[in-house]
Ligand binder design. Structure first.
Ligand SMILES: C[S@@+](CC[C@H](N)C(=O)[O-])C[C@H]1O[C@@H](n2cnc3c(N)ncnc32)[C@H](O)[C@@H]1O
Length: 221
């Protein structure tokens, strides 16, 4: 079933409020209550059609996964996957990540995945990149101390921009950088939809893991 039609997408979202949370700001500070456990919360921002978040939730039932996507017409593909394979430990939210601080309170999130984020190649759009300072500030208001941000992309310019953005931010340190993830692929790597396409085309995949160091961290570089 292909649902490009936005009207149908809206209907499907409306009908499946157990999957796509209708008023996510009402759960700010209460996500563990919604999941009915005290497990860590992990987000994929820009989850697209949901393959990664659904596969992660299938593999690790002790983590609460939330996929965030700004387009109705894309998030419906995630709903379809979860209707086929219901999972208690994954929810979807249809918002622009600009508003992420209205949905999660400080220290409510353990890990953020930024997989193949839109590169916004023009300089005048740099602020829209999900690893710009503006976004790193927002993430610092929802991550737990020592929480992680994991970035995967095939776009070297975005990767370089992201590295610099973390290096220049006084609340993050980069713990891991991999300039060719598939050269020695970690066993626990979960492929995203875009990753599958890019790997098939032979594109190199870049990866980094940054740690949020909270208020107390002082940069020496
Ligand atoms: C290139 S796709 C990657 C999808 C998926 N992560 C993957 O790797 O297959 C980027 C997705 O991020 C979504 N996105 C971009 N900016 C966003 C934002 N500010 N808030 C929420 N979603 C966003 C887009 O709508 C798109 O579905």
């Amino acid at each position: 079933m292909r649902l490009r039609n936005v009207k149908h997408a809206k209907e499907l979202i409306e009908k499946n409020s157990h999957i796509v949370i209708k008023k996510p700001n009402e759960y700010k500070g209460l996500w563990n209550k919604l999941f009915n456990n005290s497990n860590p919360v992990e987000l994929e921002i820009g989850c697209g059609k949901g393959k990664f978040i659904v596969d992660k939730a299938t593999l690790d039932k002790n983590i609460n996964f939330i996929g965030i996507e700004k387009f109705d017409s894309v998030i419906v593909r995630g709903i379809e996957k979860l209707l086929e394979k219901p999972l208690d430990n994954v929810k979807l939210i249809r918002i622009d990540a600009e508003n992420i601080e209205t949905i999660f309170k400080k220290s409510e999130v353990n890990t953020i995945y930024l997989n193949f984020s839109d590169p916004w190649p023009k300089n005048r759009h740099a602020k829209k990149r999900l690893t710009s300072k503006k976004y790193l500030d927002r993430y610092s208001n929802i991550l737990v101390n020592n929480g992680e941000i994991r970035v995967k992309t095939d776009n070297y310019n975005l990767f370089e921009f992201s590295m610099m953005s973390f290096i220049n931010h006084n609340k993050y340190i980069i713990e891991e950088i991999n300039l060719d993830l598939y050269k020695n692929l970690p066993k626990d790597n979960v492929q995203t939809e875009f990753e599958m396409k890019f790997v098939e085309k032979g594109n190199r995949i870049y990866y980094l893991k940054a740690i949020y160091k909270g208020e107390s961290h002082e940069k020496t570089v």
